[in-house]
Every structure is written in C-alpha cells, then in structure tokens.
Design a protein around this ligand. Structure first.
Ligand code: COA
Length: 330
C-alpha cells in the first residue's frame, strides 16, 4: 500500500478592503515611499476596519470561501487549526470561533497554534501528521492576523511593515505521491528579546501602566531580526532542498513568508533560483504574519501544476523558522 501524504486540495484568501498606502504612511510618520519600497519591497497593505472584527472574521471569510470553492460540506471537516499571533481573545481559541462560524460540528477538533510568523508552516505540518496517520480525512488550516490591532502607528519601524489578512488551505489524503514530503522546523527562545509584544499576557497583565507605556504593541529590533531571518530562512531551506536531492531546476516555486523582500531575495539566492520562481506579493499586502504563505498560494494558485515541487519557508518571532517541501496535488 502506498503511504498516505497530506496534500493541499484547495486554497482561499481574504484581505480587507481598506488599503493603507505608503503615501498615506508618509503623512503619519517620518518615512518615505522610497525608503519603504527600497528597504522592504512593500507598496501598500490592507487594514481590517470595523468595530468588533478580529482575526476570526478574516479566517471565517477565507475558510467559507474555501469550502465553497472545493465544494466541501463543513460537516465533513474533521479538524481546523488556526495559526495566529492576534487571536480574537486569549481564549477561546480563534480556531473554535472559525469552526463555528463556517458551520463545523462539535466533531471537528479545533485549536490554535502560536509560532508568530512561522505559525502557518507549523500548523500545516502538524495537521499533516493527522492526515498521514489516517486519523483524519479533511483538515482546514487557517493563517489569520489582524496585525493592525497590535501595531503602534507612530512607530515607523514597524507600522510600515505589517498588514492584515488571512488564508486557508484544505488538506486531504493523497496516495499518488503528492503532498507534504519533508519539513524542517526550528525554534529558539533566545530570540524572544528581539521581537515581542510585552503586555497583555500573564506576566504583564493589562493595566493603565502597560497601556501608558505602549506595551500592547509589537516591539522589534529590526536589524537583529533581519540578520537572523536572512540566515535561518536561507540555511533551513537549503538544508531541506539538499537532503531531498532537489536541484534548482527541479524546484518549481519558492513560497516564502513575506516579511521583507531582501530576506526573500537572500533565500532565493541561496537556493540558486531564478527570480521567476520566487513568489512575491509583499508589495500589495506587507507582512500579514500567519496570512503570508496561504495568501501567496492563493494569489499564484493558477500557475501551479500537479506534481510541481514547492518549497515553503518562514521566519518569525520566538525565534521560530522552518521550511517545507511539498508536491502540488492539482
Ligand atoms: N522610514 C524611514 N527610515 C526608517 C524607517 C522608516 N519607516 N524605519 C527605520 N528607519 C531608519 C532607522 O531609524 C535608521 O535610522 P538611523 O540610521 O538614523 O538610526 C535607519 O532607517 C536604518 O535602520 P535599520 O533598522 O538598520 O534599517 P533596516 O535596513 O534594517 O530596515 C527593517 C528596517 C525593519 C525594514 C528591517 O530591519 C527588517 O525588515 N527587519 C526584519 C523585519 C521582520 O522580518 N520582522 C518580522 C519577522 S517575521
């Protein structure tokens, strides 16, 4: 009997309507379109507006669209994992809210994974184990973040980078040799002092002091994060490609986390890939954290052919990072 692999059988994204352009940011902080474009590759990002709308709202839009597109009944979904750094609330899990929002039954196991910007990759590989062992047949993996809820729009170093968005994939068993083939995932808490949101958790619960100190916003030591991201995303992708004996010619596409165009370029260069094999949509959405990889798959879905070798790569707070090798299944 051929081994069961977990294959992506559908992908759907959702981005909010509101566009925050570099021109608008020029009016908000001391920055320029030229600086943002040349240092990050970002031209605009989306922001979710509307009272009471959180990460689950965007996750629901993406997952609902996914069910429609793949003609799947919500009652068939065995599991839903949501990767997010901006859950609606600390609990219940945002995955519970999304599962309910799309009409899943209580038989659908749902929970969140938090691994900052690597969360979607971690969730995808976690979900694949439940498919590979035959425990579950259909799993939805959602990556969704409302980064605008934790960004200080007076901090020019972070507010130009992040945006809001969500994506969702359907995972099903495949015995044709397509699906997730291999992955390398890593995490190192030594990175925790360089990218974090200090307050709002159990160590520093929300207080008037934490609000006054702006501790409910992302704090980032940009250049330190940048150096680690460049090295780790490139090294891990290279290691994965090497151990699977993949030449640059055999890789159809690199699907990288969209944090900074220069980080993506470094990984592509390390793998020896032509620019046309590197999927980039950072100019339109910025860094949507857990949304980047599924949004990228969604944007470029029409280019993929069955059997294409894709390398997914991510880096995020923690630090967390990794790469996954999969064969496209449709
Ligand atoms: N507009 C204009 N100038 C800015 C700016 C902005 N939006 N943000 C920072 N600067 C300034 C800095 O203040 C600094 O000025 P100084 O030299 O007078 O002190 C200068 O630009 C260079 O800052 P530096 O932080 O070294 O820039 P950088 O080239 O590293 O780019 C980031 C900054 C944030 C774009 C970059 O570090 C980065 O992308 N880091 C990783 C981010 C990331 O991936 N985060 C998520 C993890 S998934």
């Amino acid at each position: 009997m051929k081994p069961i692999q977990a294959a992506i059988t559908g992908v759907q994204g959702y981005v909010p309507e509101y566009v925050l352009s570099n021109a608008e940011l020029e009016k908000m902080v001391d920055t320029t379109d030229e600086w943002i474009t040349s240092r990050t590759g970002i031209k605009e990002r989306r922001l979710l507006k509307g009272e009471g709308l959180g990460a689950s709202y965007m996750g629901i839009q993406a997952a609902k669209g996914l069910l429609e597109k793949t003609q799947t009944d919500a009652k068939e979904i065995d599991m839903l994992i949501c990767a997010t750094a901006t859950p609606d609330m600390v609990f219940p899990a945002t995955a519970n809210l999304i599962a309910q929002g799309i009409g899943c039954t209580a038989d659908c196991l749902s929970y969140d994974i938090m691994a900052a910007c690597s969360g979607f990759l971690f969730a995808l590989t976690t979900a694949s184990k439940f498919i590979e062992t035959g425990v579950f047949k259909k799993i939805i993996v959602v990556g969704t973040d409302k980064m605008s809820s934790i960004i200080d729009y007076t901090d020019r170093q972070t507010c130009v980078i992040f945006g809001d968005g969500a994506g969702a994939v359907l995972l099903e068993a495949n015995t044709e040799g397509n699906g997730l083939i291999d992955h390398i995932l890593r995490s190192d808490g030594a990175g925790s002092e360089f990218l974090y949101m200090k307050a709002g958790g159990s160590r520093y619960p929300a207080s008037t002091q934490t609000v006054a100190n702006k501790e409910h916003y992302v704090t980032q030591h940009g250049s330190v994060v940048f150096k680690h991201a460049v090295k780790n995303m490139a090294d891990t992708s290279y290691e994965l490609v090497q151990r699977n004996g993949l030449s640059a010619d055999e890789i159809a596409y690199l699907v990288p986390h969209q944090a900074n165009l220069r980080i993506i370029d470094a990984t592509a260069e390390r793998l020896g890939l032509n620019p046309n094999k590197v999927l980039i949509n950072i100019q339109r959405y910025g860094n949507t954290t857990n949304g980047t990889i599924p949004l990228c798959l969604w944007d470029f879905e029409s280019q993929f052919k069955k059997g294409d070798n894709l390398v997914l790569a991510a880096f995020g707070g923690g630090f967390t990072w990794g790469a996954a090798y999969l064969k496209w299944a449709y």
